[in-house]
Write a protein that binds this ligand. Structure first.
Ligand code: GLY
Length: 592
């Protein structure tokens, strides 16, 4: 079996590569050749996505942000691999073909349903602050916060990566196929090259100045000084070598030895903005299993990642507050949007005050999603205009504590994928290096994250500490919301998205669209966005959501029309698997 899988992967990678090379001017269509069944499926999935149709399958399915990554996952699933096996292959390829969003140098959260035990588990592969970091990491000498990109670009923002350890932990626990084989598709693609996608090329062009500040990054993304062009064949032998080392030595090869030393020296010697990451930070890194956080909505359990992510708590609060309201008038009804918008504002107020790494600060996890507490918050939604003032509530606390509000913003990058295997195991994983291209530091073929800027730059407000301030070893608060929705204990939907703190609104809407508005997952992920976080009501430009501008403004909201680039991927699970891929990104759903 092992040799067969290896052979299949190599042949597939090589034949697809030949097709890619011949068709490099249209890279996303280039996976649509007729070399084998899965390549034909890629073509069908791309066509379904452009027609707005859901992809259906009866055995297994994967939906990810890039066709190469989905294809790697599909090959593993087609060879009998589990969802955990497939996630290793998908993540390894994403780190190559979508390097701006996620990779070995970043962190991730996994929500996993194990069909044999019927158990839901969440694994925290979030980056950690270096042991030498202090609460003033992102402050100037006068204690004022640094400018965002002054903090991001360079070594200061780099946390200890968690993604390699998470891949290994998931495989150790639920994998069936040999670890080294799962890295083979990414190694083959890195060695032979892949065509730069339109999205990657566009982002490189926009970020050329920052990417150009560091030699290794510049020589990869700006060869001969010019930004990579769409369709250019990109080879990354350094990345292939890193994966080969991990294929032989497991994730341990990443966290110790030459790779770890290179990561640390790159961070500590970053020109103009060095960081304090050390080999000790890498050597002590651990994936943490956390209790899933679940909230009830429409007789379903909506479950996801608890602290240090604010995702499941905030999505759960929004849905929990909405559960008693009739949302049947649909996504373009202003009254429905008033309810959704103010529920989100109330939830974000709690998020800003209470949510952080619960290993460092007590977080009232149960209190925040307690139905009795949410009923008191939902009672605030009874009016018919925008709430004039929104403040954090007082959930039941284990300890009497008082925190100041954190008003820091997050900027979108990140990637989300979902996988269901033939045995019914389900993976929902959101993965990130934070900002597009992370810290812009590149080492051994992958980019290093800037995840530490997800901490509050301020440590206190008016003398009161902020829960999400920096501390040694602490994990920055996240908005990532990998979600599995259960009905009577069985998974019915896996969903998630990139998008900074807008992830929360994207995921909440996707769940409402599917469970309340009866949309299939392709319709749900394509639905125009209307997102409220700190008060402005953001409407997706160029979509039907713009029709909400006038009525929402009349209700008292400050309305803002702008691009809202989610990257939702979802699979609904019943007798048939149905997959949806966000039309705003380059991904597909593939199944059989
Ligand atoms: N860096 C994005 C997030 O963790 O929410």
């Amino acid at each position: 079996m092992r040799r067969l899988l290896l052979g299949l992967m190599l042949v597939a990678a090589q034949t697809a590569q030949a097709q890619q090379a011949a068709d490099a001017v249209a890279p996303e269509a280039a996976t649509s050749g007729s070399f084998d069944a899965i390549s034909e499926q890629v073509a069908r999935s791309l066509a379904a996505k452009s027609d707005g149709r859901v992809v259906e399958a009866s055995n297994w399915m994967v939906a990810a942000a890039n066709p190469w990554a989905a294809e790697a996952g599909a090959r593993v699933l087609g060879a009998g691999g589990t969802a955990a096996d497939a996630l290793v292959a998908v993540q390894a390829v994403l780190g190559l073909v979508e390097p701006q969003s996620s990779g070995l140098g970043g962190g991730a959260f996994l929500v996993y349903f194990d069909a044999a035990s019927q158990e839901l588990t969440t694994l925290d592969g979030r980056e950690t602050a270096p042991l030498n970091a202090t609460p003033r990491l992102f402050q100037d000498d006068g204690g004022e916060p640094l400018g965002f990109f002054d903090a991001v670009v360079g070594g200061r923002s780099v946390g200890t990566p968690g993604t390699p350890a998470l891949m290994q932990a998931a495989h150790d626990r639920w994998g069936a196929l040999p670890w080294e084989d799962l890295l083979t598709p990414a190694i083959a693609l890195a060695d032979t090259g892949f065509p730069v996608s339109a999205r990657l090329a566009g982002l490189v062009e926009r970020d050329a100045e920052r990417l150009g500040r560091f030699e290794a990054t510049a020589s990869y993304f700006l060869p001969q000084g010019a930004p990579l062009r769409e369709g250019a064949m990109l080879v990354n032998t350094d990345y292939a070598d890193t994966l080969r080392a991990m294929a032989d030595g497991g994730a341990a090869a990443f966290y110790s030895g030459a790779i770890a030393r290179d990561i640390v020296s790159t961070v500590q010697q970053a020109d103009g903005n060095p960081g304090v990451l050390s080999t000790l930070d890498l050597s002590i890194y651990e994936v943490k299993e956390r209790a899933p956080v679940c909230a009830v909505f429409r007789a379903h359990d909506v479950c996801g990642m608890g602290p240090p992510s604010s995702g499941a708590l905030t999505v759960g609060q929004i849905l929990g507050m909405l559960d008693g309201f009739d949302l049947g008038a649909g996504p373009l009804d202003a009254e429905v949007r008033r309810l959704m918008g103010d529920a989100a504002r109330l939830a974000f107020a709690d998020r800003g005050r209470y949510m952080a790494d619960s290993d460092y600060v007590p977080v009232p996890v149960d209190g925040l999603v307690d139905p009795a507490y949410l009923a008191t918050r939902a009672a605030l939604l009874q009016g018919d205009t925008a709430l004039p003032e929104v403040t954090a509530g007082s959930p039941e606390f284990d300890h009497a504590l008082h925190w100041a509000d954190d008003t820091s913003l997050e900027f979108p990058s990140t990637s989300h994928f979902v996988i269901v295997d033939a045995s019914g195991n389900v993976a929902s994983m959101t993965t990130t290096i934070e900002n597009a291209f992370g810290s812009r530091l590149m080492v051994r073929g992958f980019l290093l994250n800037n995840e530490l800027t997800d901490f509050s730059f301020r440590s206190h407000a008016n003398g009161v500490p902020i829960a999400n301030r920096v501390a040694p070893g602490k994990r920055p608060r996240s908005s990532m919301s990998p979600t599995i929705v259960l009905k009577d204990g069985a998974p019915v939907l896996a969903i998630g998205s990139p998008g900074g703190s807008r992830i929360i609104g994207y995921v909440a809407q996707g769940i409402v669209a599917h469970l309340v508005w009866g949309m299939d997952v392709q319709q749900a992920v394509a639905l125009p966005h209307a997102v409220n976080r700190f008060g402005t009501y953001d409407l997706e430009a160029g979509t039907a959501a713009e029709s909400l501008a006038e009525p929402l403004a009349a209700m008292g909201y400050e309305v803002n029309t702008r691009a809202l680039t989610s990257g939702l991927h979802a699979i609904s699970i019943s007798d048939v698997l149905k997959g949806g891929a966000d039309p705003r990104r380059e991904g597909i759903a593939l199944g059989q």
